[in-house]
Design a protein around this ligand. Structure first.
Ligand SMILES: Nc1ncnc2c1ncn2[C@@H]1O[C@H](COP(=O)(O)OP(=O)(O)OP(=O)(O)O)[C@@H](O)[C@H]1O
Ligand SMILES: [Mg+2]
Length: 649
């Protein structure tokens, strides 16, 4: 188990400036019409909501008139205006209902499509990032961008932003209507609302900060669970179950603490605002009552200086009571959304951070093409898969194209390299691999063997020196073409979910079944595969957990064999295979290596004895080079390694 990682600084999750604007721009770019439709519907919903308060006034006054006619004037009351009002009000509500349905429906679909787009963009971009990015970012953390952070966007787009828009629109409309009815009552509502906003900002702002911390802590807890599942066997082997539980408890408690503070603050905002709303309600009723009681009409003034007739006052006050309720409800909604908006922006910020990561730079313009030999020995480019290749080299200045036959001549010339500038891993490494040669790299753990292969396939770029492939500086070769020309068995075997067949065919997607079988035979994997329950159709899952380590290595050799590339790099390809099977694999790979340039890295020296040249590495330097016999004669490090003297020292 790694040491417990408490989230160091929640500010890391703070949104950058302009994040919201960028998110909205991205949303608009992809779903302009859907968003415009949703916004129109939101406006319609708001209008239908606040017009009801106007109708309260009109209906009250109409009913008043009917009662007056009937009771005081003893006239036959006229119901027509009331019915008309009710029909209009019903229609407005109906439009509001349809608008509400349309907006929820449209936004529901748009949000999911938007998340789909975001995930697609992130994944697409992630695939272009250099290996260095993954060296420096925890994998659990990257995964939480796809899960936690994307989910905050769902909340933001489908709920918070529409609600923010609707609230602002409603509040401004309500305020205008209020001012049209009565200045003094409007001022009462306005002051009450300012107080509510103040409370929201003080308490809600605090909870938002803690929700962001909660999000971060959740990511760490998730990462720890993932690591514990991956490392379960190690935990059990070292009997660290208790320690593992303690570590988890620590993180879990931290999550609980921040979540509690966030939630308590978040939960008390609602009731506080609700109560202020209630007080406001009573205040308006009391002040309104006083307005009616006092004969002076001046307080009934509206923003245009018009004085409301006293008989309409009761309708206005009833409307105000409704509007005040709507006002506080809207501010309450706003206060609930503040948290989600802050969280959503923090999530969006992390998503944009990933999207803004610099992709792997590829300035290569030399490409790999298939060629066909003519009778006179010359060759021409071909669209078929001929198994012969050439480097196609366009010359910008002259506009001509030249071809260099791919021979597999690889030269490392005085190469220096460090994964980080402060620590040099390789110093002055020179290797000459002539076409068809087998070059072995041997040396102690951490000497830099894998690093050399990482440079040939340009997982990393060298700091100094040159690497040439058939005389071409590899920086000029397009990365995908360079890698296509190399059949690589990496030191760590990685298998994907899918059948055995799929996993071998991963080497070359257009390989036929027969070619896959043939590759499996070369790698000596054919026998064990046919003994699996469903043979080549056996499903592998969890990185091939249902296979032995050696079997997984055989599959990755088969995968490289099916790729059928002109240059091979085998990094500890047979380290987990028993010596008898290794002999068989070696026979197969010898067949595979024929006519190819091959780099082999192996701890077992028996594998590399027949190499054309053996490079002995120590602390990133080549200290000896030569054939097996030469090196034995030299009685240096290789001799010690071979005879076991090194280990005995
Ligand atoms: N991704 C990385 N980031 C930083 N340093 C690294 C990285 N990979 C390897 N190193 C460092 O580079 C040095 C050489 O590592 P390398 O993997 O090339 O060793 P190796 O010779 O292949 O060892 P082994 O036999 O164990 O596979 C080591 O000191 C290692 O700590
Ligand atoms: Mg290695």
């Amino acid at each position: 188990m790694p040491p417990v990682r408490l989230p160091k600084n929640a500010n890391h999750s703070k949104a950058k400036k302009g994040t919201l604007f960028r998110l909205i721009k991205m949303l608009f770019k992809n779903y302009k019409w859907q968003i415009i439709l949703a916004l129109i519907c939101i406006i319609l919903v708001s209008i239908s909501n606040f017009t009801s308060s106007i109708f309260v006034k009109n209906i009250t006054n109409t009913v008043n008139a009917i009662v007056e006619d009937k009771v005081l004037n003893n006239k036959e009351p006229n119901f027509a205006p009331l019915i008309q009002l009710l029909i209009i009000m019903g229609s407005i509500y109906f439009v509001g209902m349809i608008a509400s349905f349309t907006f929820n429906y449209t936004l529901g679909i748009t949000t999911q499509k938007f998340l789909n787009t975001i995930r697609k963009e992130m994944f697409g971009h992630m695939e272009t990032l250099p290996i260095k990015y993954f060296d420096t970012h925890a994998h659990g953390d990257i995964m939480s961008i796809y899960t936690n952070d994307t989910d905050t966007i769902r909340q933001l787009v489908s709920q918070s932003l529409p609600s923010l828009f609707q609230t602002f629109f409603t509040l401004i409309a309500l305020l205008s209507i209020m001012l049209y009815y009565s200045i003094w009552l409007s001022l009462v509502v306005l002051f009450g609302s300012l107080f509510m906003i103040f409370c929201t900002k003080t308490i809600g702002g605090k909870s938002a900060k803690f929700f962001v911390k909660q999000q971060k802590a959740l990511g760490v807890v998730e990462g720890t669970i993932e690591e514990s599942i991956n490392g379960l066997k190690v935990i059990k082997v070292f009997c660290h179950e208790d320690k593992s539980i303690q570590d988890f408890d620590k993180l879990n408690n931290h999550l609980c603490e921040v979540a509690t503070v966030g939630n308590i603050n978040g939960n008390i905002v609602g009731p506080i605002i609700g109560n202020i709303g209630n007080i406001l309600y009573v205040l308006i009723a009391v002040i309104g009552g006083l307005f009616i009681m006092f004969p002076n009409n001046l307080h009934n003034i509206n923003i245009f200086g018009q004085i409301t007739p006293k008989r309409e006052l009761i309708g206005i006050i009833l409307s105000f009571l409704m509007m005040a309720r709507m006002f506080s409800n809207n501010i309450n909604t706003l206060s609930q959304q503040v948290t989600f908006i802050v969280m959503g922006m923090a999530g969006a910020s992390r998503i944009f951070e990933l999207l803004d990561e610099q992709s792997e730079v590829d300035d290569g313009y030399v490409t790999l093409v298939n060629i066909k030999y003519k009778e006179d020995g010359s060759f021409e480019e071909s669209n078929e898969r001929t198994r012969y290749f050439a480097w196609k080299h366009p010359h910008k200045e002259s506009g001509t194209i030249t071809y260099t036959e791919l021979k597999g001549d690889i030269v490392l010339d005085k190469v220096d390299f460090g994964y980080v500038p402060e620590k040099i891993v390789l110093t002055d490494v020179s290797i000459y691999a002539r076409p068809g040669q087998k070059i072995a790299l041997v040396g102690a753990t951490g000497a830099g063997k894998t690093t050399i292969t990482n440079l040939i396939n340009r997982f990393y770029d060298i700091a100094d020196g040159k690497i040439r492939y058939d005389g071409i500086n590899i920086n000029k070769i397009r990365k995908s073409d360079l890698r296509r020309s190399l059949g690589i068995v990496l030191q760590d075997t990685n298998l994907f979910s899918g059948t055995v067949m799929d996993n071998i065919r991963y080497g070359r997607l257009d390989a036929t079944d027969e070619e896959v079988f043939e590759a499996a035979k070369i790698a000596n994997a054919y026998d064990f595969i046919t003994r699996l329950p469903q043979g080549f159709n056996t499903m592998l899952s969890g990185d091939g957990a249902n296979l032995s380590q050696g079997q997984r290595q055989l599959l990755s050799i088969a995968r490289a064999a099916v790729a059928d590339a002109p240059v091979m790099i085998l990094d500890e390809a047979t380290s987990s295979i028993d010596t008898r099977t290794e002999k068989l694999v070696q026979k197969g790979t010898d067949r595979l290596m024929k006519g190819r340039t091959v780099f082999v890295i192996a701890h077992r020296l028996s594998t590399v004895m027949n190499s054309d040249a053996i490079m002995v590495l120590e602390h990133g330097k080549i200290i000896e080079r030569g054939s097996h016999d030469d090196l034995i004669k030299q009685k240096g490090k290789y001799y010690q390694l071979y005879t076991g003297a090194f280990e005995l020292e």
